[in-house]
Design a protein around this ligand. Structure first.
Ligand code: FMN
Length: 161
């Protein structure tokens, strides 16, 4: 079965987790990159990024060089923005109708993941969700432990299929 890890990351946490998952389960990897990403820094990044997430903005993405529908198992990761998934995933979910896929979800946050997994489950409701896991700013906190946690989680999901 073909596996892929698909993610968006603004500051590198989700990217680090995504890369380690892909390596652990020998999956392809795809980074969603908006043509124009959030430019703000400091407090303003929360204001503009949070607004974009809450209002379900769909930023245009750079071309994806993968045939998404050819994959059976997808690991999808995002940072939490305003208690939900980042706008790049909105664009992705609208552009790719995912049906009957096996999907595992991961996110990185600063301590308040809110209902992000409910929102992701809603967006992916015609698929089988295999698992969910979250990490608190893993580049800053217990990086090695978080990498281990991510790898073990992903390996277990694949083993049980
Ligand atoms: C626009 C924006 C909104 C955020 N909103 C939340 C939030 O609602 N809850 C939370 O715990 N962290 C929030 N964060 C923090 C990030 O989710 C967290 O730092 C995450 O680890 C960053 O992942 P990344 O490095 O892959 O971008 C927000 C960050 C940004 C930039």
């Amino acid at each position: 079965m073909k596996k892929i890890v698909i993610f968006y990351s603004f500051e590198g946490d989700t990217k680090m987790i995504a890369e380690n998952i892909a390596q652990a389960i020998d999956a392809d990897i795809l980074e969603l990159k908006p043509k124009q990403d959030l430019k703000s820094k400091g407090f303003m990044k929360y204001v503009w990024g949070g607004k974009a997430a809450i209002t379900h903005k769909q930023p245009e993405l750079l071309p994806l060089n993968k045939d998404i529908n050819s994959y059976d198992i997808l690991f999808i990761g995002t940072p939490v923005w305003a208690w939900t998934y980042a706008p790049a995933l909105n664009t992705f979910f609208s552009a790719h109708l995912l049906l009957d896929k096996k999907i595992a979800l991961f996110c990185c946050h600063g301590g308040g993941k809110g209902k992000i997994f409910d929102h992701m489950n809603d967006a992916l409701k015609d698929n089988q969700i295999l698992g969910e896991i979250d990490f608190q700013d893993p580049l800053k906190n217990n990086t090695d432990k978080n990498i281990e946690k991510a790898k073990k989680w992903a390996e277990k999901i694949i083993e049980t299929l």
